[in-house]
Design a protein around this ligand. Structure first.
Ligand SMILES: *[C@@H]1O[C@H](CO)[C@@H](O)[C@H](O)[C@H]1NC(C)=O
Ligand SMILES: *[C@@H]1O[C@H](CO)[C@@H](O)[C@H](O)[C@H]1NC(C)=O
Length: 193
């Protein structure tokens, strides 16, 4: 029981530390947030989103057609699109980062200004209007996936903390009962002698 408590405690503390860093960045005049990979903990970057895993995650995202609803359901103006709220993966994977300064045609089709991207961000070059490529190789896409993972791990940490408190209470009651039982028997034994 003690080992279980210690193990659960370590795991809970670990999830809290690993998911401590990283929030979506609000952009003025936009309903959605931008996500940057550098904002997330190194552990998540190195072990969850590394090259080996990314190929698999990327093909999942493409198979799940995460950008489909953005691309086809809404034929909206630029102003409407800027006001809409996007999920982290939609924001990171389906459109180029706002800082690139690309011109909106539709959610998954953007024209690069003649002067080139506004900032020398690698994601601006990685972006493609090819509807099967989009920004799936962008750092922002990885960050969007991490934002989801972070949220889920946060919930897991809260559930773990609840279970931990419950087990500790049961453990303490169990210990008390055992001790009382023992001293009871001791007294009874003494009085009968
Ligand atoms: C987005 O715009 C491009 C270029 O105008 C067009 O080829 C494409 O079909 C449009 N996509 C959608 C989903 O409307
Ligand atoms: C889009 O990208 C895919 C995969 O890289 C490629 O097979 C396809 O030919 C590209 N389509 C166009 C229109 O460039």
């Amino acid at each position: 029981m003690f080992l279980l408590i210690a193990g659960l405690l370590c795991f809970t503390v670990f999830t809290v530390i690993v998911t401590n860093k990283g929030v979506g960045e609000a952009i003025s005049g936009r309903g959605y947030k931008e996500y940057r990979l550098g904002d997330y903990s190194h552990w998540l970057q190195n072990y969850v989103i590394n090259e080996k895993h990314w190929e698999k995650i990327k093909s999942c995202l493409i198979d799940a057609q995460v950008c489909k609803s953005l691309g086809e359901a809404r034929h909206e103006s630029a102003a409407d699109f800027y006001k809409s709220s996007l999920s982290p993966t939609e924001s990171g994977c389906c459109k180029p980062p706002t800082s690139c300064g690309f011109e909106y045609q539709n959610a998954t089709f953007w024209t690069v200004p003649k002067s080139g991207p506004a900032v020398p961000d690698g994601d601006c070059k990685t972006w493609s209007n090819n509807q099967t490529v989009l920004c799936f190789d962008c750092q922002s896409c990885k960050a969007g996936v991490l934002a989801n993972i972070k949220k889920e791990w946060r919930q897991l940490a809260i559930i773990n903390a609840g279970i931990l408190v419950f087990i500790i209470v049961v453990y303490s009651i169990g210990c008390c009962a055992l001790r009382n039982n023992r001293s009871d028997r001791y007294h009874r034994h003494k009085s009968s002698v």
